[in-house]
Write a protein that binds this ligand. Structure first.
Ligand SMILES: Cc1cc2nc3c(=O)[nH]c(=O)nc-3n(C[C@H](O)[C@H](O)[C@H](O)COP(=O)(O)OP(=O)(O)OC[C@H]3O[C@@H](n4cnc5c(N)ncnc54)[C@H](O)[C@@H]3O)c2cc1C
Length: 453
C-alpha cells in the first residue's frame, strides 16, 4: 500500500474560511492540502453572497432604469426574467471559482475534490486516499436550517433559490433577517407577490428599530407579518400556512415558499470521535486562537457558529494560521460590522443598543435626504446614527443609505480604534459625497451639524 501523503496543514472545506487559510498557510511556507466536496468558494461564492449580490445588482439597475426620466433620460426595460439573472450569476460565479482555483494552484496548495472524513487528529480520508497532516483546520461551513415541519419537496432554501429560473407569482419568505430581506428585495422587484413572515417583532431585528420600521415602510408592496407563529402548513396545492400573529390567526398562501430562518454548522464525519467539543447549536467550540480542545485541530468560519459572515471566516482563518505558525494574535468579535443589501442598504457596527445606557448615550443623526450627493442620485431614503459616550467616544454607527455597505468600513475603523467625535471629524470629507452622512451625524452628536434640517 502506498505511503499516505503528508501535509503540514490539511483543510476540510474550500469556502472563504478554508481557501483563505490555505493561501495564508502556503505564504507562511506550510505544505498545504485542502478537500472540497462541492465547489471551491463555498456557500459565499456559489449559493450565498455572490449570487445574492449579482441578482441585487441587476434588480437595482432595473429599478434605476425605471426612474430614468427623473434623470432626464429616455431608457426603458421590462422586468428582468429570472433565467437572465441566473445566467449572469452563473458566469460571475464561474469566474470567481476559477480565480480561487488559480490562486490555490499558484500557491502550491493541493486540492482534493471530494468529501473528507476525519480518521484521527492527524489523519484525513478523501475517497480512498489517506492523508496525514500535522495541523488540521475544519472549515466545513454551514447549511440552511430546515425544521421537520418544512422538510417537504418544493420548499426552497438559499441552496435552491439561485437555480430557479422562473419567478413565482407569489412567494412566502419565512424569516425577515438579512437573507430573507435581500430575497424579498429581489422577488418583490421581479413582480412576485411577496409575504415575509417573521417570528420576532420586527424584520432585521438586530438593527436599530427605526431601520426596521423604515424598511417595512419603503417596501410597500411586500406584506410583512411580524411576531408571527406558523401553526400549520399545507403543501397540497402551492403552500397554505396558518399563521398566528398579534392581528389574529390568518391564512397565508403562496405558489412557493422560501425558508430563510438561519443556518446550522456542517460537521464532517469523524469530528465527534476526535473529542472536539460541540456547542448546543452543534457548532465546533474554539478558543481565541480558533483552536478546538484537541491541540493542532482548528475550526474557522460558519462551522464555529459565530457571526456567519464570509469576512469573519477569513479573519478567523488568519488567526488560526498565525497561531499554528507561532503567532499570538487572538480573534476579536467586538467590532464585526453587519451588512444588508436591501434598498437602501443597511449596515451597522459597534455595541448593540441593548448594551448601551440610553440615559447617558449621546446620539447624532442625519437624514440622507439632506445630502447634496443623495439628491443628485435621486436616492434620498435613510439616515445615519452615531452613538457615543458622554465623553464623545464613538460606540456604534448605524447607516441606512445608498452604499451603506461601503461606508461601514470607514465607520468600523473609527469604532474599532475607539475614536472620539473630534478625531472622527478631523479629516476632510470631500463634497458632495455620501461619506458626509457620517460627518454630519457625528457633528450632530456635538450639536454642530450646520446642514441638519
Ligand atoms: C443567501 C446568502 C447570502 C449571504 N450574503 C453574505 C454577505 O453578503 N456577506 C457575507 O459576509 N456573508 C454572506 N453570507 C454568509 C457567507 O456565505 C458565509 O458566512 C460564508 O460562506 C462562510 O464561509 P465558510 O468558509 O465558513 O463556509 P462555506 O462557505 O459554507 O464553505 C464550506 C465548504 O466546505 C465544504 N465541505 C463541507 N464539508 C466538507 C467535507 N466533509 N469535505 C470536503 N468539503 C466539505 C462545502 O462544500 C463548502 O464548499 C450569505 C449566505 C447566504 C446563504
Amino acid at each position: 500500500m502506498a505511503e499516505p501523503t503528508r501535509y503540514d496543514l490539511f483543510i476540510v472545506g474550500g469556502g472563504p474560511g478554508g481557501y483563505t487559510a490555505a493561501l495564508l498557510g502556503a505564504k507562511k511556507g506550510l505544505r498545504v492540502g485542502l478537500a472540497e466536496g462541492s465547489h471551491l468558494g463555498g456557500t459565499c461564492t456559489n449559493t450565498g453572497c455572490i449570487p445574492a449580490k449579482s441578482y441585487i445588482e441587476s434588480i437595482n439597475l432595473y429599478t434605476q432604469i425605471q426612474s430614468a426620466q427623473r434623470f432626464g433620460l429616455q431608457a426603458q426595460s421590462s422586468p428582468p426574467g429570472l433565467l437572465t439573472l441566473n445566467r449572469r450569476k452563473t458566469r460571475i460565479v464561474g469566474r470567481l471559482v476559477k480565480g480561487i482555483e488559480y490562486l490555490l494552484n499558484k500557491a502550491g496548495v493541493t486540492v482534493y475534490h471530494g468529501h473528507a472524513e476525519l480518521a484521527g487528529k492527524n489523519t484525513v480520508r478523501v475517497a480512498d486516499e489517506e492523508i496525514r497532516c500535522t495541523s488540521l483546520i475544519i472549515a466545513s461551513g454551514s447549511q440552511p436550517k430546515r425544521p421537520a415541519m418544512f422538510d417537504l419537496p418544493g420548499i426552497w432554501t438559499s441552496e435552491d433559490i439561485f437555480e430557479v429560473t422562473e419567478a413565482p407569482s407569489s412567494l412566502i419568505i419565512i424569516g425577515g433577517g438579512a437573507i430573507g430581506m435581500e430575497m424579498a428585495h429581489v422577488f418583490g422587484n421581479l413582480g412576485t407577490e411577496v409575504t415575509v413572515i417573521e417570528a420576532l417583532e420586527r424584520v432585521l431585528a438586530t438593527e436599530d428599530e427605526d431601520v426596521s420600521r423604515e424598511l417595512a415602510r419603503l417596501y410597500r408592496k411586500i406584506r410583512f407579518l411580524t411576531s408571527a407563529r406558523i401553526q400549520a402548513l399545507d403543501a397540497s396545492s402551492g403552500f397554505t400556512l396558518t399563521v398566528e400573529s398579534p392581528g389574529g390567526t390568518r391564512t397565508v398562501t403562496g405558489q412557493h415558499l422560501l425558508l430563510c430562518i438561519g443556518r446550522q454548522p456542517r460537521i464532517p464525519a469523524g469530528v465527534p470521535e476526535l473529542g472536539v467539543s460541540l456547542g448546543t447549536s452543534g457548532s465546533i467550540e474554539v478558543d481565541g486562537f480558533m483552536q478546538t480542545d484537541v491541540p493542532g485541530v482548528y475550526a474557522v468560519g460558519d462551522v464555529t457558529g459565530q457571526h456567519m459572515y464570509a469576512y469573519v471566516a477569513a479573519k478567523e482563518a488568519e488567526i488560526a494560521i498565525d497561531h499554528m505558525t507561532g503567532g499570538s494574535r487572538s480573534m476579536d468579535y467586538s467590532f464585526i460590522p453587519s451588512v444588508v443589501f436591501t434598498s437602501p442598504e443597511v449596515a451597522s457596527v459597534g455595541k448593540r443598543l441593548s448594551e448601551m445606557d440610553p440615559s447617558v448615550t449621546r446620539k447624532g443623526t442625519f437624514p440622507v435626504s439632506a445630502l447634496g450627493r443623495a439628491r443628485t442620485m435621486d436616492a434620498c431614503d435613510g439616515f445615519a446614527h452615531v452613538y457615543c459616550t458622554p465623553a464623545g467616544k464613538i460606540e456604534r454607527i448605524t447607516i441606512m443609505a445608498p452604499h451603506a455597505t461601503e461606508l461601514i468600513s470607514w465607520a468600523t475603523l473609527a469604532v474599532s480604534l475607539g475614536l472620539g467625535l473630534e478625531e472622527f471629524l478631523k479629516p476632510h470629507y470631500p463634497h458632495p459625497t455620501l461619506a458626509e452622512l457620517l460627518k454630519e451625524a457625528a457633528e450632530d452628536a456635538l450639536g454642530l451639524s450646520v446642514h441638519k434640517p
